[in-house]
Design a protein around this ligand. Sequence first.
Ligand code: UDP
Ligand code: MG
Length: 336
Amino acid sequence: MTAQDLPRMPLPPARPRKADPLISLVVPCYAESEAIDAFIPAVDAALPQARIEFVFVNDGSRDDTLVKLLALSRGDPRVVVADLSRNFGKEIAMTAGLDLATGDVVVPMDADLQDPPELIAQFLERWREGYDVVHGVRADRSKDGRIKRATAQWFYRFFNRLASTEIPENVGDFRLMDRSVVDAVTQLPERSRFMKGLFAWVGFSSTGVEYARPERCAGTTKFGFWKLWNFALDGIVSFSTMPLRVWTYLGTLVALFSLVYGGYVIARTLIFGRDVPGYASLMVTVLFLGGIQLISLGIIGEYVSRLFVETKQRPLYLCQGVYRKGRDVSKRARAV
Ligand code: UDP
Ligand code: MG
């Protein structure tokens, strides 16, 4: 898929746009000690004139990421650091960053420079034309492994089939959003935060800019197979009730089939008399139905578990501190 294939959006009426908007870069960081030093210099080189706010969220890193971030904030007044109380995962860390960002436009970015800062200038151009959301479209994913690319493609296809909200293919979290979009996203209260889905759900006029996704500048990926699987499951369950409803139809089909088969067995017994063998067909039916019931129960469990989490109404994340110029400026710090 290319940027041209994105759902076509007519150019919206020109909006009044600031000539020199404040750009908030929201950067979730989990054990990014090796990558973090290169981040600000790379952004400054790509956008020398821009007014930028760096919102780093330390997502419970166990290495010295926080130490490095605090050092950055001491030396650079543009840096804000939110320190989450533990590892909440990228989606929640990003939410915390969006809550803190004050910019006229906001760009979520990975800390590992896989989202090239050079692209932001193009994002801004499209934003000035009147688009409220400008996606970074991964045109060339050759640096991602073959399996990752294939599974990502399956996921997008499957998701868009099932879900009522369509997410553009090959679009990650790297995108520019106008303030109005960010305000809409931060209003959404749910605990299961599949951000790509939430970004798509709020709507607004959007377009895309293509780029080739480079390799990580340093460090290693935090998303293993199991994490990605759970991420995909979370996305589908949060945005589609189809897996829950499909059992009605499947159940009806199986019941109809059993009715016909039952009729056949009765007729056969009446005509040919009692038939003792039949162990194999009995076992197959019992096992097959048992399997189907377990699957459907599991799927109901996925939804019920999310209902359970939502009803607890816990805060999305806990912040131990918010640092500007190396000092904690959070409410908690003021209370002490
Ligand atoms: N990340 C995070 N919390 C986590 C896992 C990852 O904040 O629990 C951040 C990570 O520091 C990085 C971004 O999310 O800035 C993307 O992670 P990564 O590069 O490992 O993912 P990939 O690019 O391999 O999909
Ligand atoms: Mg990465």
